[in-house]
Design a protein around this ligand. Structure first.
Ligand code: MG
Length: 308
């Protein structure tokens, strides 16, 4: 049921469940922070510097936003996409063009964490998350090497998969049932891993499903996957979890908030397709939203879970 779409005090939100009315603030509107990009992805918050990094993929650069404005953090970025931080605070970045996942060390040097599996090149790592045990989990669909726009046409050597990189450097397949694995995030207690299935890039009908997997007790593997929620309109790209275990997902009409039981609670309406998002700002209650050519933010009444 749509409770408040016509209520001007809550303009800009679609409330499907009254829980959502307590998660957004009627006097905290969607703010346009910056525009003039091509296609944004990969937002990651640095609380220690009060700054946001995000990828402008077709422009081959990583941007930096602070309250003082926007500047270039890295160019060329080798068509970087998803980003996160590890538990030491180091930047972890997926690159389409270089077909790898890198870590930016404290001194600014970059190291390659993964670029092949069993002797074959990774496709185009898309999004990444680090678990508290230091393992790095990332998706590897074909999207980034299907076109020149997002990293240059290259031949895929591996099927689309989700990988887990052990802290020792061993890479293993975590899930292989996806046609286009995309965003991913853990539940606050890391007992669940959510992964979005966007399907093949040029399909007339995109897949729209967020899948969820039980994480094994030792934290190294996934159990059987199951459908968690079907996004509409559009499809789910990047996702983040808040401190209560709710999923905040990108969609064609904005950001959707989904309860841990899979029920849609409400939407933050955004006038452009949303590709990715992350919590940040003071207290992790500000949601940064990558939407096509523009970067938005909105302050919520919840907080992102402690992991980046
Ligand atoms: Mg993505």
């Amino acid at each position: 049921m749509n409770l408040a779409i016509s209520n001007s005090a809550m303009q800009g939100f679609l409330i499907e469940d009254e829980v959502f009315a307590s998660l957004v603030l009627p006097n905290a509107p969607l703010e346009l922070l910056a525009e003039g990009f091509r296609w944004l992805e990969g937002p990651v918050w640095f609380a220690d510097h009060q700054l946001l990094l995000f990828s402008d993929i077709p422009n081959d650069r990583i941007m930096r936003w602070t309250e003082a404005g926007v500047s270039t953090f890295r160019a060329p970025s080798h068509f970087s996409n998803g980003q996160t931080r590890d538990r030491q605070g180091r930047l972890i970045t997926c690159s389409h063009q270089n077909r790898n996942v890198t870590r930016t060390e404290i001194d600014g040097a970059t190291s390659v964490l993964a670029d092949q599996f069993e002797g074959r090149k990774l496709n185009s790592p898309n999004d990444v998350v680090v678990k508290s045990d230091g393992s790095v989990w990332f998706t590897d669909p074909h999207y980034g090497i299907n076109t020149d726009y997002e990293g240059g046409k290259q031949l895929a050597e591996l099927p689309p998969c989700v990988y887990r990189l052990d802290p020792s450097g061993h890479l293993s397949i975590a899930a292989d049932e996806f046609e286009g694995p995309n965003g991913l995030c853990f539940s606050p207690d890391e007992s669940l891993l959510y992964i979005t299935e966007s399907g093949p890039q040029f399909a007339v009908e995109p897949h729209r499903v967020i899948r969820v997997f039980d994480v094994s007790a030792d934290g190294t593997a996934l159990g059987e996957g199951r459908d968690f929620h079907k996004i509409s309109p559009g499809f789910a790209d990047g996702i983040r979890c808040d401190e209560a275990g709710r999923i905040w997902s990108s969609a064609a009409d904005g950001v959707h908030c989904i309860a841990p039981d899979g029920k849609l609670l409400g939407k933050i309406l955004v006038p452009q397709t949303v590709s990715n998002l992350c919590f940040g700002g003071r207290n992790r209650s500000r949601l940064f939203i990558c939407a096509g050519q523009r970067l938005f933010a909105i302050t919520t009444n919840t907080r992102g879970c402690a992991a980046p």
